[in-house]
Design a protein around this ligand. Structure first.
Ligand code: HEM
Length: 400
């Protein structure tokens, strides 16, 4: 790929341990340099300001996904790795999205609302009984609904479930450049692909689940048998880690900012805004890439034909041009809901309503039963694509 002369370079590896653990100062420097910067380490152009990220995401005919959304050629150039809803364009994308989105649409989710709320309430009631005990907010709270409800909706047998977290984490590492993390993830993702395309025994699938639905679509001839496995992977891989990351981050921010927790307790109508604000600030999916097949201009900057660009959702969400005091957690922020944590446009997250439902259920249950909670030092995971916590010490104090 040739580099355009008028585009400044930012010579730092954003996928190194340091770039993963402390990304925000780098995003701020990149935003300052210009609307587009070149990343020599990753050999791609980075879009880090809100407006330009928005434009790129909304112009999916110029910034395409069908040539992959990762940062390494193996993932982007191997057809079996890019044959999914997130890595398709135009008619193929529309078709896959239509058949896959039905169980995640608001209508289907409204039937689940009570069940998810009940499950969250049960969990928080149980933890509230154990007043003052030290828990891990990631393992003991954030993982609960994705494991107990979402895995059940997926309908895969326990053998698949046990592996899911390992597979999902590897899938996100393999979206990065081919560094040591991505290389280690490669055989693990191969296991996932083999599992969904060859090893699932239909007799072990829960009737009425997402997996069951995919196989029924294949029986009806709407999709091929092989596609059924890929549809299952499209659902399962992105539905766990992302929501776990987002819920852990919500707990961390409300634990670290007691004033915001107290504000929320007094004004519970701010629950949705608090969730949006945590998604804005924590942006679990830090970036995805796009391919630019034809020369394209973005805010006066010419991107050459055949460019690979990185769209940094996490940086756009902290753009000072869009969000005042962007590093501040403010549940009253008037434009918090305009974040790009779920992307926007054709590929906007299909599971965003489910993720919001799970986060709302946990937060509502906490507000019902818990007076306040304290959090300890969080430990971030080293993931190429996900901003996520490994552990978050948390102590809940029940209402009197
Ligand atoms: C807080 C949790 C979540 C976050 C932050 C998140 C983030 C994202 C983002 C940023 C995209 C856009 C990718 C792009 O533009 O290339 C996306 C797409 C997608 N997400 Fe999520 N996601 C979350 C939860 C979920 C859940 C729970 C599911 C499934 C049950 C899911 C399934 C998908 C799928 C299938 C796509 C591809 C959509 C398409 O290409 O048309 N996500 N997600």
């Amino acid at each position: 790929m040739t580099m355009t002369k008028n585009i400044p370079a930012y010579d730092f590896d954003l996928f190194s341990d340091e770039g993963i653990l402390n990304p925000y100062e780098h995003y701020a420097k990149m935003r300052k340099l210009g609307p587009v910067v070149y990343l020599p380490e990753t050999k791609c152009y980075a879009i880090t300001r809100f407006e330009e990220c928005y434009i790129a995401l909304r112009n999916s005919d110029k910034f395409i996904s069908g040539r992959g959304v990762s940062f390494n050629p193996l993932m982007n150039d191997t057809p079996e790795m890019t044959d999914s809803v997130i890595t398709s364009d135009a008619e193929k994308h529309k078709f896959l999205r239509k058949i896959e989105s039905e169980p995640l649409a608001p209508k289907a989710l409204s039937l689940l609302r009570e069940r998810i709320l009940e499950a969250a309430k049960g969990l928080i009631d149980d933890l509230a009984e154990r007043e003052g005990e030290l828990h891990d907010g990631v393992r003991d709270i954030a993982c609960y609904l994705p494991f107990n409800i979402v895995m059940e909706l997926g309908g895969l047998p326990p053998v698949g479930r046990a592996q899911m977290l390992r597979w999902a984490a590897a899938a996100f590492d393999l979206l990065g450049p081919m560094n040591a993390r991505a290389q280690a993830a490669l055989p693990v993702v191969q296991e996932l692909l083999t599992y969904v395309t060859k090893d699932i025994d239909r007799n072990t699938i829960t009737p009425g689940s997402w997996a069951d639905r995919a196989f029924r679509l294949a029986d009806e001839g709407v999709i091929t048998q092989e596609r059924a496995g890929k549809v299952i992977a499209d659902f399962i891989a992105p539905s766990l880690d992302t929501t776990i990351a987002a819920t852990s981050n919500l707990l961390m921010l409300l634990g670290q900012n007691r004033d915001q927790w107290e504000l929320l307790k007094k004004n519970r109508s701010k629950t949705a805004n608090a969730i949006n604000e945590s998604l804005r600030l924590g942006s679990p999916a830090r970036c995805f890439s796009r391919f630019v097949p034809e020369e394209t201009t973005l805010d006066g900057v010419t991107l050459p034909a055949n460019s690979r660009v990185a769209i940094f959702f996490a940086s756009a969400n902290r753009d000072e041009r869009k969000f005042e005091n962007p590093d501040l957690f403010d549940i009253n922020r008037s434009n918090a809901s305009e974040h790009l944590a779920f992307g926007t446009g054709a590929h906007q997250c299909m599971g965003n309503n489910l993720a919001r439902l799970e986060m709302t259920a946990i937060l509502t249950s906490l507000l019902d039963r818990i007076d306040y909670f304290e959090v300890g030092e969080p430990v971030y995971a080293l993931s190429n694509l996900l901003r996520t916590l490994e552990t978050l010490p948390i102590r809940l104090h029940a209402k009197g």
